[in-house]
Design a protein around this ligand. Structure first.
Ligand code: GLA
Length: 388
C-alpha cells in the first residue's frame, strides 16, 4: 500500500543507503498506518467479543504479521485444528499437547478469551476411536470410557485456562434430526448428555457449548431448539450455542440470522457466531451448509476471481458484512462473541472447500493482511451504533 511513498522517498535520498532508509521509512509508515487502523475488539467493546480461528504459524508467532494483526484486532481466539481429536489424541493413549499448549499460552499472554474446539465431532476423529482391537465397532461402554478419558485429559489439562469449549460439534442433520454418527449409533442419543457432563466434571468453571452450521434454516433451527431444550430440561450443564456462520453473499438473509439469535437467546443461553466467513464464489452444488467431507472438481467457472476481486463484488461483500454486523449489534447482551474462521483471505479453508485450489475472499483482511472495504464497513456499523 505504501509503495508510492517509498518510491518518492528513495528518489529524494542519495543513492547508497536510499533503499534501506526508504525501507525503514516504509516500515515506519506502514506500522503507523496499522496503529491508526481501528480495532474490531475496541469498536465492539461493551457489545460482544470479536475473535478469529488461528493456525499454528499465527499463535507460535512464526507468522509475525499475522500474530500482530490478531493482537491488534481480536480479544478471543479459537484453534482452527490443533485441539481436534485427530491432532491432540492421534493414537490410543498418546496425546500431542505441544501446539495446544502454545495456543493457550498465546491467548493468556494477550489476555484473550480462549476457546477450545472441539471435543465430540464425527469428522477429524481417528477411526480407532470407534473400533475395538479387531477393527469391529466398539461397544457403548468402551466408547463412553474413551470419551471420558479424552475429555478428562484434554479439558483437565487446560482447567481454568481455556474459558469455553465447543463440547459437541454438528450433531444435527439438515432436517433437524440427530445425525447418524458413530457417536449416536454406538452410545445412543445420551452421548451429548455424557459429553457435557464429562466436560463439566473436568472443568466446572468452563463454559460449554453446542456448535453447528445452517442453524438459521427453519428445520435445523427447530431441531436445535428442541435438542437444547431437552438438554436443559435434563439439567445438562450447557452454557451456550455457537452458530457457525459459514455464509454466502445472499444466504441466509439477515432476517433468518436475526430469528436464529432471537430464538436461541430465549432459551437463556449465550449465543455466539463462532466460524464467520462469507463465501463470494459461485456454488459448486446446491448446498449451503458446511459439511467438510463434500468436494467438487475445479472448473474455471467456479473460480472467477483468481486474478483479483472486482470492485463491485468487494463492495457487495462490504454491504453483506455491514448487514450482518447490524443484526449482531441488535443482540448485544445475548450475543457473547463473533469469531471469524481464520484471519486473512489467504488463510481461509474456503480456498480449498468444497473445491480445491480456488481463490476466495471471505474475510475482512486481504492476503497481505490489509483491511478490506468490508472491514471499513463493519467499523462504520459500530461507529454509527455508538453515535445513535
Ligand atoms: C467446521 C468445523 C471447523 C472447521 C470448519 C472448516 O465448521 O467446526 O472446525 O473444520 O468446518 O474448516
Amino acid at each position: 500500500m505504501k509503495k508510492i511513498a517509498c518510491h518518492v522517498v528513495t528518489k529524494l535520498l542519495p543513492t547508497a543507503c536510499a533503499a534501506s532508509v526508504g525501507l525503514a521509512i516504509l516500515l515506519t509508515i506502514s506500522s503507523t498506518a496499522n496503529a491508526q487502523t481501528p480495532s474490531l475488539k475496541d469498536v465492539f467493546k461493551g457489545a460482544f467479543l470479536v475473535g478469529a480461528a488461528l493456525n499454528p504459524a499465527q499463535f507460535t508467532e512464526q507468522d509475525a504479521r499475522g500474530a500482530a494483526l490478531i493482537k491488534a484486532q481480536f480479544n478471543t481466539i479459537t484453534p482452527e485444528n490443533v485441539l481436534k481429536w485427530e491432532r491432540v489424541h492421534p493414537q490410543p493413549g498418546s496425546y500431542s499437547f505441544e501446539l495446544p499448549d502454545r495456543y493457550v499460552a498465546f491467548g493468556e499472554r494477550n489476555h484473550m478469551f480462549i476457546v477450545g474446539h472441539t471435543l465430540v465431532w464425527h469428522n477429524q476423529t481417528p477411526a480407532w476411536v470407534f473400533q475395538d482391537d479387531k477393527g469391529i465397532p466398539a461397544d457403548r461402554e468402551t466408547l463412553l470410557k474413551r470419551l471420558h478419558d479424552h475429555i478428562q485429559t484434554v479439558v483437565g489439562r487446560y482447567k481454568g485456562r481455556i474459558n469455553g469449549w465447543d463440547v459437541v460439534n454438528e450433531a444435527l442433520e439438515e432436517d433437524g434430526t440427530l445425525r447418524q454418527t458413530p457417536w449416536l449409533k454406538i452410545i445412543g442419543d445420551d452421548y451429548l448428555v455424557k459429553a457435557f457432563q464429562f466436560a463439566h466434571e473436568a472443568d466446572p468453571q468452563a463454559e460449554l457449548y453446542y456448535n453447528d452450521y445452517s442453524l438459521e434454516n427453519e428445520a435445523k433451527l427447530k431441531g436445535a431448539l428442541e435438542l437444547l431444550r431437552k438438554l436443559q430440561a435434563q439439567g445438562v450443564p450447557i452454557s451456550g450455542v455457537g452458530i457457525q456462520g459459514h455464509w454466502h453473499m445472499d444466504s441466509p438473509s439477515n432476517e433468518q440470522v436475526n430469528a436464529a439469535i432471537t430464538a436461541f437467546g430465549k432459551l437463556g443461553l449465550k449465543v455466539m457466531i463462532t466460524e464467520l466467513d462469507v463465501d463470494v464464489l459461485p456454488l459448486a452444488f446446491q448446498y449451503m451448509g458446511a459439511d467438510v467431507t463434500l468436494s467438487a472438481e475445479l472448473q474455471p467457472k467456479l473460480n472467477p476471481y483468481a486474478k483479483g476481486l472486482p470492485n463491485e463484488v468487494q463492495q457487495a461483500l462490504a454491504q453483506r458484512y455491514a448487514g450482518l454486523f447490524g443484526v449482531f449489534l441488535k443482540h448485544r447482551g445475548v450475543l457473547q462473541r463473533v469469531t471469524f474462521w481464520c484471519v486473512t483471505d489467504g488463510d481461509s479453508w474456503l480456498n480449498n472447500w468444497p473445491v480445491k485450489g480456488r481463490t476466495n475472499y471471505p474475510l475482512l483482511f486481504d492476503r497481505s493482511g490489509q483491511p478490506k472495504p468490508a472491514f471499513d464497513a463493519v467499523i462504520r456499523v459500530a461507529h454509527s451504533a455508538t453515535t445513535q
